[in-house]
Design a protein around this ligand. Structure first.
Ligand SMILES: Cc1ncc(COP(=O)(O)O)c(C=O)c1O
Length: 319
């Protein structure tokens, strides 16, 4: 089959086109009398912002001849990146192996397996251990292709040239602040760079779990905000001008996530709640007419077994 332009279509091209171009919508918080703009990354086909990175890395590797029909995509991830690669591998016809901590929620593992990918569980605490496993596997078998999301410059490049540009088209006027948590740092670094090029006065706000505020010079510790702050400052954040750090505690993140779920009808995960809590704080600081942008990173269905879904009365009282 060919596209209208005459170019031949590859398996999975239609799926890849569903990635990106997500809506940017205003959320008005009545009590605080502030509006925050949120980019709906949870609407990507596998349900998270990570579809962008997986698509760009796979397409780039294909163009450079690094992927052959017997290549196996191999990545260490806390879940969303694994889900994204598993989806794209299924659509493109590549086997996928995902190295994942045995503490990642069962739902994330189930989704990855349902896309047909192989799971390799490790019981270590940090990513470094999982990354080492992928390196050893790749050293022994040339079929493995390592996307290396934590170091791959395409990660931040993609957010600078895609996500950030979409935000600039969607909000052609003033933007005062961009707020984002970080896992690999790709979103924060890439989007900030794109927005700063148009708005040099933009405030870049890094959101961190209050329990693990490494950029603020504190110790890494346990938190419940899924998908961010893996216990180290990622290399992709090097050189980024960060104006302020906004610490959000795990209970605050869960409260705001519930507010997004129940008051706005947005069934998103806890990193989205944490981002919005920090963005709302920023809007309160900057004033009523401020334009503050943040990300809704993923859908909530992958967290059924986590604290986000512990049964609560809608007003927050445990039942
Ligand atoms: C749910 C969620 N939110 C936010 C992020 C952070 O994105 P980035 O890796 O671009 O810093 C991730 C990354 O894994 C994630 O899974």
């Amino acid at each position: 089959m060919a596209e209208p332009s005459g170019n031949p279509m590859r398996p999975g091209d239609s799926l890849l086109r569903l990635i990106g171009n997500t809506p940017l919508i205003p959320l008005h918080f009545e009590e605080e009398d502030r509006t925050v703009w949120v980019k709906c990354e949870f609407l990507n086909p596998s349900g998270s912002i990570k579809d962008r990175l997986a698509r760009t890395i796979v397409v780039d590797a294909e163009k450079r001849g690094l992927l052959t029909p017997d290549s196996i995509l191999l990545e260490c991830t806390s879940g969303n990146t694994g889900i994204a690669f598993a989806m794209i591998g299924a659509a493109r016809g590549y086997p996928v192996a995902i190295v994942i901590s045995d503490r990642a929620s069962g739902e994330r593992r189930t989704i990855i397996e349902h896309f047909g990918a192989r799971l390799i569980l490790f019981s270590g605490k940090g990513y470094q251990e999982g990354i080492e496993i992928t390196r050893r596997m790749a050293a022994d078998d040339a079929r493995y292709f390592l996307p290396c999301q934590f170091e791959n410059p395409l990660n931040a490049w993609d957010h600078e040239h895609e996500t950030g540009q979409e935000i600039l088209c969607q909000l052609p006027g003033r933007i005062d602040a961009f707020v984002s948590g970080y896992g690999t740092g790709g979103t924060l670094a890439g989007c900030s760079r794109a927005l700063l090029a148009r708005h040099p006065g933009l405030r870049v706000i890094a959101m961190e779990p209050a329990e693990s505020a490494l950029l603020a010079g504190e110790e890494a510790c346990c938190h419940w905000i899924e998908g961010i702050a893996g216990g180290f400052v990622p290399p992709l954040l090097r050189g980024l001008k960060i104006d302020a750090i906004s610490k959000v505690s795990s209970p605050e993140a869960i409260d705001m996530t519930r507010r997004l779920n129940r008051r706005f009808g947005l069934l998103v995960g806890s990193s989205s709640g944490a981002n919005v809590a920090a963005a709302l704080r920023q809007a309160l600081e900057l004033g009523k007419d401020s334009v503050v942008v943040t990300m809704l990173c993923d859908r909530a269905e992958r967290y059924f077994s986590t604290r986000l879904f512990e049964l609560q009365h809608p007003e927050g009282e445990a039942v």
